[in-house]
Design a protein around this ligand. Structure first.
Ligand SMILES: [Zn+2]
Length: 419
């Protein structure tokens, strides 16, 4: 068995990718550079049998892996987290695994962070130092990963954060772009969350990331049926995409419209129902919109990615004027969308709201964030899984897109008339 320890005495281990299962206990072999991605032709190994146990003052999180693999360990603060990066694995854990606090663990998340790379994020209840051990079990048929957390002082944890080598960012290249040589306008669909970021959890353990991906696929098919648009999805699988990369996909595709799709929860008020369309603004329209934007803006942090704020850079290059003009188009589309959707499905009390959503900050692409409904409402959660509702709602959104795009397409790419 090999292990790496992460504490104030052994911070050097942070900078290294370590190959587990080496011959000498306690002397893992350093592998320079990034963790190699699993070959795409092979199925990723399974990770199963998750377990969290409290052993006196320690807390141990264990997962069985079907193969030996290198991994990287890091700690981050605000909130205090332990992050484990590993090649892509197929997590087959109970849906509620890691959701409840236990010992030093407040919660634990698992998922794909970037193509070929998986991540475990443990949010800590108290500052702790992690040790990772990977031991062969069942005669080499599987490997048991133990993440052992020991309490340390807040000062020691801060020192570990300072010394922690930065983890790789989610891949910035290979953004999904519209095909070249096709002059039809591009609509970018952005299913929220994904991979290690589950988004909200609703009735029957339904996850926001799955509900919105299913809906976005349906909407893409319906938009493409008419043959008028090229449709680009910011993600088409269960993978994490940073908020910055979602915005960049819209910009680099030269998108005419960006629609981010979500399904929030409001656990304090499970009877609240209906869809809401949000536009970006510096000042929130109401407290509920501000709360939602704050929650959605945490996506990068939840995944353990750097939460860089690009707003200053954007303002410097393109100026407030472009953003203001674009936002008037975003408002126009939001009103059109609310009008179309209100005929067929239940609208929230105030269906058009605004707040400072980071994903709506492309200064040159009209952008809205559509909350399809509330996963915290049993009725909404069931409705969003109903194929008939999905098909019908996707059709009303296509109608709104057609209304918004018609003036632009009629004049051959000139901007639509001012709202
Ligand atoms: Zn969301």
């Amino acid at each position: 068995m090999t292990h790496i320890r992460l504490n104030s005495l052994a911070l050097g281990a942070l900078a290294l990718a370590l190959l587990f299962g080496g011959p000498v206990v306690g002397q893992p072999k350093p592998v320079p550079g990034p963790i190699p991605a699993a070959p795409t032709s092979l199925k990723p190994p399974v990770a199963a049998d998750g377990e969290i146990r409290v052993d006196q003052d320690k807390t141990v999180l264990s997962v069985m892996l079907a193969a030996k693999m290198p991994l990287k360990l890091a700690v981050m603060s605000k909130p205090d987290r332990v992050i484990v990066d590993l090649p892509e694995v197929n997590f087959q854990l109970a849906p509620d695994f890691g959701r409840k606090p236990s010992g030093l663990i407040r919660s634990a998340r698992f998922g794909l962070f970037a193509p070929g790379r998986s991540r475990i994020v443990i949010e800590l209840a108290r500052p702790a130092s992690p040790i990772a051990e990977l031991g062969e079990v069942l005669g080499g048929a599987a490997y048991k990963l133990d993440l052992i957390l020991e309490p340390i002082s807040a000062e020691a944890f801060q020192r570990a954060v300072q010394a922690s080598a930065p983890l790789e960012e989610a891949k910035k290249t290979d953004l999904p772009l519209a095909p070249q040589g096709d002059s039809r306008p591009v609509i970018v669909l952005d299913p929220g969350h994904g991979g290690i970021d589950n988004g909200a959890t609703g009735f029957g353990q339904s996850l926001e990331k799955d509900v919105v991906l299913g809906f976005a696929r349906e909407l893409k098919a319906k938009l493409e049926e008419g043959g008028k648009y090229r449709v680009v999805m910011t993600r088409d699988r269960d993978v994490f995409v940073s908020l910055g990369d979602r915005v960049k996909t819209a910009q680099k595709s030269g998108a005419a419209l960006f629609i981010s799709i979500h399904a929030d929860t409001l656990s304090a008020a499970p009877s609240v129902r209906g869809f809401t369309v949000y536009t970006g603004s510096e000042k929130a329209s109401d407290a509920e919109a501000a709360r939602l934007a704050e929650a959605e803006n945490l996506s990068d942090q939840i995944a353990g990615a750097d939460n860089e704020d690009e707003s200053d850079e954007i303002a410097g290059i393109l100026g407030d004027l472009t953003l203001r003009e674009t936002r008037s188009y975003s408002h126009l589309f939001a009103r059109t969308l609310v009008g179309q959707m209100s005929g067929g499905t239940k609208a929230n009390k105030n269906p058009h709201r605004s707040a400072r959503f980071r994903v709506l900050r492309a200064p040159d692409v009209p952008s809205v964030l559509l909350e399809l409904g509330y996963l915290s409402s049993k009725a909404d959660a069931e409705m969003m899984q109903d194929p008939a509702w999905r098909g019908q709602t996707a059709s009303t959104i296509v109608a709104a897109v057609n209304n918004f795009m018609a003036p632009r397409m009629a004049v051959g790419g000139a901007p639509p008339p001012k709202p």
